[in-house]
Design a protein around this ligand. Structure first.
Ligand SMILES: Cc1ncc(COP(=O)(O)O)c(C=O)c1O
Length: 393
């Protein structure tokens, strides 16, 4: 059994979650529960692979280990029932950079790119900062979960629309999109010839409570297979995002070559010496750790959901099917978004992501990261309860 209760001090490691608190929350006196990395120890099989490499005294230019692609392919095939071929795989130094590279490769300035807010906020940046036009197909909340608005999507598509960025599973809502929804999306994109970039970084974190399994978007139809750029990574699920080890998966040979040419022309040379080793170790040895981590995260989600229901019913969490992020609907506290954020930071001393950064639909929301020891969440809930009580709402 792995120990997820251990409290690990992350001070003096230049950890973003701690170091940017003053700037973002106006105080350092805060429990940081925002950036989506885990406060759990990165698993020993990953740390050991790195330590073993460090036994050799030269950290020179290094090729990917010969097994990196094989192990990655096997993991994806086994976990997601996807019969992908090894040659479809490529290394990208981070998924967000991968999204930006895809936009630069497959669209031109002024082309329209669709995203589905509320959604992981760098999606907006990679579109806007590359001079493309952002089009938002807002998700609808239905029965406590997000669903896609296909009518709105069809209306928003124009002859300038080239690409759609899909968050599969979804952050911040934690939806595991099912095959029917993804097939419908694929049909619309096929009808209008829109390339799909599917960010599947949360794919390996479907929670025990979810009735749905992860569905790879590229696997929902023959068209989708040939018209999707998929990004996956062991970084989030094995808590090693600082190593930057992600991959692109492109079945369509022409698109794959186009993407490779872009990376080569930009002299993007692949990963650092530890990225491949860590990915390989994680995929080779990580299954038990992954399952135990997800069980622990599920208990944390259940704990927070029960606590809020009993003690602070004004805050309603969206129950995620995947990942360790809880999307909190705080509209019943009766505060505007900025006030809400300030209240959490300065009264409850809790650092959560402000909902509005996730775009339309994020108003009155905050995103809570529950990938931490449960004792930390207990402290957080007590702090929240006493500050809400002082409001008399
Ligand atoms: C949907 C999504 N994509 C990408 C990332 C980050 O990917 P990377 O660190 O590989 O750029 C995150 C991190 O939270 C995420 O939630």
């Amino acid at each position: 059994m792995y120990n997820f209760d251990e409290i690990i001090d992350r001070h003096n490691t230049n950890c973003i979650k701690i170091e940017r608190c003053q700037e973002l929350f106006g105080t350092r006196d805060i429990l940081p529960l925002w950036v989506a990395d885990m406060d759990f120890r990165t698993p020993d099989f990953v740390l050991d692979a790195i330590k073993q490499r460090l036994e050799h005294p030269i950290l020179g230019y290094t090729l990917p280990s010969p097994d990196f692609a094989t192990v990655t392919r096997q993991w994806i095939a086994t976990h997601h029932d996807w019969n992908l071929r090894q040659e479809w795989l490529g290394f990208v130094p981070g998924i967000v950079p991968g999204l930006a590279f895809a936009i630069q490769t497959f669209t031109h300035a002024g082309d329209e790119v669709i995203v589905q807010p509320p959604v992981y906020y760098p999606f907006f940046n990679v579109v806007k900062n590359n001079g493309r036009t952002l089009v938002c197909n807002q998700l609808i909340e239905n029965d406590g979960k997000y669903v896609m608005d296909f009518e709105d999507l069809e209306q928003k598509i124009s002859d300038k629309t080239r690409l759609l960025i899909l968050c599969n599973p979804h952050n911040p809502g934690g939806r595991v999109w099912n095959r029917d929804e993804l097939q419908r999306l694929a049909q619309i994109c096929e009808k209008h010839n829109i390339l799909v970039v599917s960010d599947e970084i949360h794919a390996d974190m479907v929670l025990p409570s979810s009735r749905d399994r992860h569905t790879v978007f590229a696997d929902v139809s023959a068209w989708a297979e040939q018209n999707t750029i998929t990004f996956m990574s062991p970084s989030k699920v094995f808590n090693m995002p600082g190593l930057i080890s992600s991959c692109s998966i492109i079945a369509n040979e022409q698109l794959r070559l186009q993407f490779q040419r872009f990376l080569e022309a930009s002299e993007i040379q692949g990963g650092n010496i530890f990225a491949y080793l860590a990915a390989e170790a994680a995929y080779n040895h990580g299954e038990t750790w992954r399952c135990e981590m997800l069980n622990y995260v599920q208990k944390n989600i259940d704990y927070v959901a029960d606590f809020l229901k009993t003690n602070i019913p004004q805050i309603v969490p969206m129950l995620p099917q995947a990942s360790f992020l809880l999307w909190l609907d705080c509209r019943k506290l009766g505060m505007e978004s900025d006030e809400l954020h300030r209240f959490f930071a300065l009264k409850a001393h809790l650092g959560l992501n402000k909902g509005t950064i996730f775009g339309a639909g994020g108003e009155y929301h905050l995103r809570l990261n529950v990938a931490c020891p449960q004792s930390v969440l207990q402290t957080a809930m007590q702090q929240l309860l006493s500050s809400v009580r002082s409001l008399n709402v």
